[in-house]
Ligand binder design. Sequence first.
Ligand code: NAG
Ligand code: NAG
Ligand code: NAG
Ligand code: NAG
Ligand code: NAG
Ligand code: NAG
Ligand code: NAG
Length: 834
Amino acid sequence: MAAASGIWILGLVFLVSSMASLPRCFCAFTPADRYLIDCGSPTSTAIGSRTFVADLFFSSTLTTPTNILANTTRSPGAASFASELYQTARIFTGPSSYSFPIKAQGRHFIRLYFFPFVYSSYDLTAATFTVSTQDLVLLHNFRSNSSAMKEFLVNTARDTLILSFAPSGTSSLAFVNAIEVVSAPDNLIADNAQTVRMQSYRGLSAQAFETIYHLNVGGQDVLPEGDLLWRTWDADLRILMDATSSKTSNSSDRLNYLPIGATEESAPEIVYATARELVLTNTSNAKINMTWKLNVDASFSYLLRFHFCDIVSLAANQLYFNVSVGNWHILTNFDLSSILYRKLAAPYFVDFVIEASDMPDELSISITPSGFQVAHNGILNGLEILKMNFSVGSVMVVPLPSSSGSKKSIGIVVGSVIGFIAILVVSITLFMVLRRRKLCSKQSVESLMTFSTNDLSFERATDRNSIETASLSETNRQFSYRFPFVVLEEATKNFDNSLMIGFGGFGKVYKGVLRDNMKIAVKRGNSVYKQGLKEFRNEIELLSQLRHRHLVCLIGFCDEKNEMILVYEYMENGTLKKHLYGLGLPPLTWKQRLEICIGAAKGLHYLHTSSSRAIIHRDVKSANILLDENLLAKVSDFGLSKTGPDLDHTHVTTAVKGSFGYLDPEYFRRQKLTEKSDVYSFGVVLLEVLCARPVINPTLPNEQVNLAEWGMKWLKKGELGQIVDLRIAGTIRPASLTKFGATIEHCLQDYGADRPTMADVLWNLEYALKLQESEASLAKTNSEIRIAELSPMVQSINPTGDVSSQESNGPVTNDYTDASIDKAFSQLMNSEAR
Ligand SMILES: *[C@@H]1O[C@H](CO)[C@@H](O)[C@H](O)[C@H]1NC(C)=O
Ligand SMILES: *[C@@H]1O[C@H](CO)[C@@H](O)[C@H](O)[C@H]1NC(C)=O
Ligand SMILES: *[C@@H]1O[C@H](CO)[C@@H](O)[C@H](O)[C@H]1NC(C)=O
Ligand SMILES: *[C@@H]1O[C@H](CO)[C@@H](O)[C@H](O)[C@H]1NC(C)=O
Ligand SMILES: *[C@@H]1O[C@H](CO)[C@@H](O)[C@H](O)[C@H]1NC(C)=O
Ligand SMILES: *[C@@H]1O[C@H](CO)[C@@H](O)[C@H](O)[C@H]1NC(C)=O
Ligand SMILES: *[C@@H]1O[C@H](CO)[C@@H](O)[C@H](O)[C@H]1NC(C)=O
């Protein structure tokens, strides 16, 4: 007992010290890609702490017909920050492009600096041109008569970003004074927001934005040096309608950053520390308000971001107000303190989308008093207006060849929207095209197979198509946040048993809801297990480095008061296991099952390949594959994961862990752990998906107890169809089933070396899906007959309370029982070893 607690304390010290060195991803963002170019300048230029490199050094990435470096002594005007940048420019007499290798796909700021001047025979004030990337037109027939900086936030899934400049018409010119291409945090903008009609708007992750305003309301201009992401923020006075109804406030106190709401990157601290407050006069029934009139093009949609931070109240619940956009009342009786745990000076922001169809002729934003008599009647700290869909209706410039050596430019083809769509289609690989084409012939599927047997091309195909960067996940905005214990206590109603959604070796899992209505899954470590601490650390460290669309996202953790709590995104649909043979749920269709398997395979493939040392999950099972509201599969539970062998060793020797029924026999025999152990377990999951029965069912006759053995028996006979889930047996195309069966058989090989890699498995599953889809239209009418063909086999589906429902308030159930068995089991192995 004493020894055990000794270990516990030691472990805690270790934990706490290792916490200090956790990746500080929630404090400082370091851009993976950072290109700063001073165009047309023979020398580099330092602007504050940043250096814009002379584009001579980028000449290998530049494709342009002429080499014209222009300069001027004219000043770009008082308003311009970094006037040095504006005094040189590169002039393009024909289509030209810069290509930037992209290290980290995802969101990037593109900032373009323009200042037209006359240089020898070139008059830049007359230049009209189009700037585009491979995917979007940033500026169409752009012409500027004064200095300007244009900022765009784009999401790129490419390895190389090509920025093209094309003069409009043969006699025109294009030019640029400086360029920034810099990574931005992917979670800067979540995927969804409300519309001004109070409907949900999704798809912001893939959206590109053009900055119209970043406003520091009630404050001064903020230069890029003052922003972690180098944005420029302007004072709001110029667009404020009537300055007499408001006053400015500022605070020099520390801001209270909370796990919900804004981070240091959302806006500079000074934006939150200054505000404009609505002042009521004693004629308080007058319709007094603060209104900003925005000068925007009404034919586009916009994302509106309101930044709030209550620096004016002295106590909670003393500030209530309404906010309207045009005639839309978007916030009424809004009380920040009730959302923010009664904390004052806590930065927060709210996003709204106003769609083009809802745009009034003149967009204005107003803050008006609420229906309550309180000390303060309205504030606003910051406002951002970002234009969406700005490339719609523009022409597309065909991207120029990248730095392939040729300095010759090829002509441009100007099309209309059709051209734009064509580019999109081209950029979508063969792989996806086939997927969409329901009637694709067998032959083309065959040719696809030879095309992508090469792992590399295959991987690129998946990446480019499915926006696989997990970073796009909308829930990771507080990535790896250290939660105060009280916040989690409140979110889970003090860890109420009715909110428990599962338990495992590590402890109990609860559903929680944060004050901003974000749902979370809270896994609370149980200090009884001495192993827990190691797994806790393991999981935080691993998950902090991993982000993928098909891995469950770790939002944060809490280590206060000796707690070991992990906070994950909440997965609406619970475990795959529950959907396969849980009570009261409709059976998943074959297509859904295949898509889930493909998703999980992608997650595992990422684990195995994303870093130089593969990460082995070690506990792949249907209870560790979770489904979100759209049945998108995500792999969870990395508590047991191990970093794989490095180059010198081919495997890791380790005590056997994992779950009965899924355990790789080779690992069991020799304690030899490789990625192929996961492949074996995944093969068992595939069988489970096909048969919809537990992998171990002791109530069945002996030969059927273990699903892996039972399945292999039928596979070897070539009669896998005999044990397929009867509820969907008739809907599976034979070719698809054959491919799926072959994949299982391959995964379940006795020796790891004989098993496929996850990439192979993934490819085969995609193929099985294709076979299912391509034949579907031919055979709808035959499906009845096929049910009869597959003669029913002993197939008692026995849920034995082995099910858990993430929603249920009923008896607590145990999706994680296998995990506890495995704890006992690994304990056994350990004592035997001694
Ligand atoms: C502009 O460029 C010309 C030719 O390269 C050079 O001689 C001149 O010094 C430059 N002027 C300025 C102000 O940089
Ligand atoms: C630039 O053009 C706009 C409209 O085309 C005009 O209103 C503005 O005065 C011009 N600015 C300068 C500095 O010429
Ligand atoms: C605007 O952007 C959204 C989100 O990406 C997209 O779904 C929609 O199709 C776009 N609208 C047009 C007209 O392109
Ligand atoms: C803060 O407010 C004080 C008094 O109202 C003012 O003198 C000061 O300039 C303000 N500071 C900022 C940064 O706005
Ligand atoms: C408003 O209050 C001020 C003093 O606080 C008073 O002088 C003024 O007459 C009041 N105005 C009205 C319209 O009641
Ligand atoms: C704001 O006040 C102005 C004049 O005080 C009034 O014309 C306008 O209708 C008010 N706007 C709102 C949204 O209440
Ligand atoms: C603010 O909204 C509340 C609730 O809709 C309403 O009762 C109140 O009149 C509104 N205030 C103003 C000034 O419109």
